[in-house]
Ligand binder design. Sequence first.
Ligand SMILES: O=P(O)(O)OC[C@@]1(O)O[C@H](CO)[C@@H](O)[C@@H]1O
Length: 326
Amino acid sequence: MIVTLTVNPALDKTIELGEPLSHGAVQRATASHVQAAGKGVNVSRAIAAAGVPTLAVLPGASTDPLITALSSDKLAHRTLSITEPLRTNITLTDPDGTTTKINEPGPALTAQQLAELGGLVAEEAAGADWLVLAGSLPPSVPADFYAQLTAQLRTSLGGKCPKIAVDTSGAPLTELFAHSAQHIPDLIKPNAEELAELVGSFDEAALEGSIELATDCAKKLLETGIGAVLATLGAQGALLVTEQGVWHGSHTPITPRSTVGAGDSSLAGYLLADVAGASAPERLKNAVAYGAAATQLPGSTIPTESDLTVDAVTVDELTSTQGTES
Ligand SMILES: O=P(O)(O)OC[C@@]1(O)O[C@H](CO)[C@@H](O)[C@@H]1O
């Protein structure tokens, strides 16, 4: 079972433009579609599509369009009832696949609502394989929410605490490493920009362009005691850095259609391989295959196994500290 928590879910509205986006102009859309999303919801979608049990935990009224869409999509979910509407995020897609994304802040949550959400997660995640904490936090939520929740769950669930993966950015990401080891998750999935934010010394373009630089940054994070860093590097593929070794995975060149949800799909691919007992390089291979498949699909569409081209992924071992990882 893989449980996901999306504190700030979103209805993703994708608007396809017939001409490249022109700032300040009136432009006509050629098509538009809406999908219930947010990072954790997207991870759950990919996992459910692969036939593995998953549950998406999120705030939202039962009548909110996002929640009714999850029900009609038959995605297993549990909600904390709130009265404020959830947010809508807009993606504008140029004909060449370039995307412009505008994310709303989302509804505020009170301290009591956050405590209740944490309680729901503790109930649902006890005994699960993985808990994924994913996405931005709404404006009122303290930046250390993921760090504190990680520590609380480890204390309250003890041996029943699942492995915890976090995919977020900005202060909620840096806060993971600002407390004790108990607050540090088992896995993070930064992109190049987030890796740069974490190590604070390189920019995104430099990291995406240099596998060596990205490896050095991810290895620095291992010193904090984190189990694994899965870094997604856009067209450069992805890196998996663990105590046991470092692997780089890449896909043969693809024509991108929309990168929205590609990182979520990569994380889902990694977790699916992990719960199936795959080795580290196989987990990375599946992550890269899922990310590449998502990039070739429109808007926030999350891939199913039939969209994958696993044979087009190459994984190279860059260094190994303890022989072969199992
Ligand atoms: O604002 P956040 O929470 O950082 O990101 C939200 C979001 O951009 O992430 C998903 C793609 O990864 C989309 O479904 C969604 O709109």
